[in-house]
Design a protein around this ligand. Structure first.
Ligand SMILES: *Cc1c(COP(=O)(O)O)cnc(C)c1O
Ligand code: SF4
Length: 335
């Protein structure tokens, strides 16, 4: 006889946590004892790009702190509705770099798949917040067009799963892609860009780890954390299991006014990441997309902060300060 599975002992599935995300700005403020911030919130901004934040991430925010660096990344503010000169819809030239459904090829040897438009969290500064995901995701129709393009282009050595957040897809859907990619001889590396190990660490479950372990290429997982407070014990556990499954872990952050634009915050981010097995990779200057101008840090300040960071930390804990410039052959270093 097969015993009934002990349902009560099963971990909460990540999909349930995903659905349970906070989506109402006023609920978020109530959870954080911050009713006074209601006046700063914009329903118009939230209607254009919804608030979405997993409850586990909310739990890492400080109660009663209107300047909490995690809160500032997700709160839809009135400031977003201001039109600011120089902040457009496609700041990084994605529309020109598209070579097929959901495939972006800007740099030699690398094909980036906009795997899906979904994310577990909506980051207000997101450079793809205006991206026309509905028509553009690579996952539709069983990844067929993306796979055909990569197969036909022998210069592609690395496939980058990006989005949206590629880990918002089911592991079965990811496996559908990698099973097909595994038949392409010129691929040498797989990279995954995901914020989920940080914002919804439960996503790194046994099924996902089994998939990761079985991949035929070396894998880099580039996580996305902007502040040391985004790490907690559960994030550490998820990152540690990713490493144990053979992935190289890197972090990319965005330099954001009011979130991490001081040298103590940046140094703490590098140190906290390293404690969790993650090396810093890029510190991005903000991409100038509409609705994000209030996060901007000037290039002069960015360079000064970066120099201070380099004077304080070992070289391997100093991320490269870069900006994406449409038409460049790679991310452009600021110096
Ligand atoms: C940022 C980006 C990459 C990755 O660049 P790396 O410097 O290799 O991290 C690849 N393709 C596209 C389209 C990108 O925007
Ligand atoms: S997780 Fe990444 S893609 Fe999704 S909203 Fe945040 S920055 Fe944008």
């Amino acid at each position: 006889m097969i015993p009934a599975s002990p349902l009560s002992l099963q971990p909460v599935r990540w999909q349930a946590l995903w659905r349970d995300a906070v989506r109402d700005p006023r609920e978020l403020l109530a959870l954080l004892d911050l009713p006074q911030l209601a006046a700063e919130i914009s329903d118009e901004a939230a209607a254009r790009f919804a608030l979405r934040v997993p409850r586990g991430f909310v739990a890492r925010m400080g109660k009663g702190d209107p300047n909490d660096p995690l809160l500032r990344q997700v709160l839809p503010l009135r400031a977003e509705t201001r039109a600011v000169e120089g902040f457009g819809l496609d700041a990084v030239g994605d529309a020109q770099a598209k070579t097929g459904a959901g495939v972006l090829q800007k740099y030699r040897g690398r094909a980036l798949l906009v795997a899906t438009g979904s994310c577990a969290i909506n980051c207000r500064y997101c450079f793809r917040r205006h991206f026309p995901y509905a028509e553009e995701t690579a996952a539709r129709e069983g990844w067929r067009e993306a796979i055909a393009l990569i197969r036909a282009d022998a210069s592609v050595e690395e496939v980058i799963l990006s989005g949206g957040d590629p880990l918002s897809l089911s592991t079965a859907k990811l496996a559908e892609l990698t099973t097909a990619l595994a038949t392409i001889p010129h691929l040498k590396r797989l990279r995954i860009h995901s914020r989920l190990p940080v914002v919804l660490p439960e996503r790194v479950d046994a099924e996902f780890l089994a998939w990761l372990r079985a991949l035929p290429w070396p894998v880099a997982v580039v996580i996305h954390a902007n502040h040391a407070n985004e790490f907690d014990a559960q994030v550490d556990a998820a990152l540690s299991s990713l490493r144990n499954a053979g992935a190289m872990l890197l972090n990319q952050a965005v330099l954001l006014r009011g979130v991490n634009d001081d040298v103590d915050a940046l140094a703490a981010l590098s140190a906290r990441g390293f404690a969790a097995g993650v090396l810093p990779y890029y510190l991005h200057q903000l991409d100038k997309v509409q609705g994000t101008a209030h996060f901007e840090v000037s290039d002069a300040n960015a360079k000064r902060l970066h120099a201070q960071l380099a004077a304080r930390l070992p070289g391997y804990l100093v991320p490269k300060l870069v900006r994406e410039v449409a038409g460049d052959s790679g991310k452009r270093p600021l110096q």
